[in-house]
Design a protein around this ligand. Sequence first.
Ligand code: MG
Length: 271
Amino acid sequence: MKLVLSLLLGVAVVALVAQDVVRKPGDLGFKDTPMLPGGKWHVHDSDRPRPKQITPGAKLGDAPSDAEILFDGKDLSQWMQYGKGADKDKVVAPQWKIVDGELVVAPGTGFLLTKAKYGDCQLHIEWAAPKDVKGTSQARGNSGVFLMNRYELQVLDSYNDLTYADGGAGAIYGQFPPPVTPIRKTGEFNSYDIIFEAPKFENGKLVKPAYQTLLFNGVAVHWHKELLGKMTYRQVGYYEPHGDEEPISLQDHSNAVRFRNIWVRRLKLAE
Ligand code: MG
């Protein structure tokens, strides 16, 4: 009788949660378990907010359902550019071109920036150097992915070519080389999957640095790397205060580098 009652009670409790699924007591958690460090949640806490289910991309690299699509081969509606000379502070229509569904740097026109601003984020981007090899080192298929329009993850045709270690493909430019360079042949597309944690400033002072993680063609090359500061050339990177969110930008380094399949997810890494 007691067993029947407790079973009925268990079923009744579960029925309140989901009417069409019969759950066992404990399926949805407990309140009589020890507290986890931090004193907020029990182990398997039934009140702890559950993760929202999203739909992943059909294949690895495809955008999941909660991503913001920055470029899918069709248009540059998510991007802007600044003018030249007297118009350098004026937003102009993007000058970069879409060719066969790929976004191509228009050399000499300047950086491409997202209209929206981002802080902590996950960014997927695919890039390819021009098929015709021209130049060496930094002059060969150079571009860059700039998180917060400052922190450069280098894009370079490092395939069978040499440059300084902290300036090759997959380098956090001027700071950290990747331990290996898992790059594809010149002209073929590479992928970067980036997790970026934005720096924090208070009253114009840095209180938390930026961190970056990178999978380069699926290979882990940077893990929660603490950045020294913004991209610099021939000097040590340093921080300058900026907003909690800033645009993502792509570098015009005078080479017709191509991009495709760009998407971003906003994260809250401090939580
Ligand atoms: Mg670059």
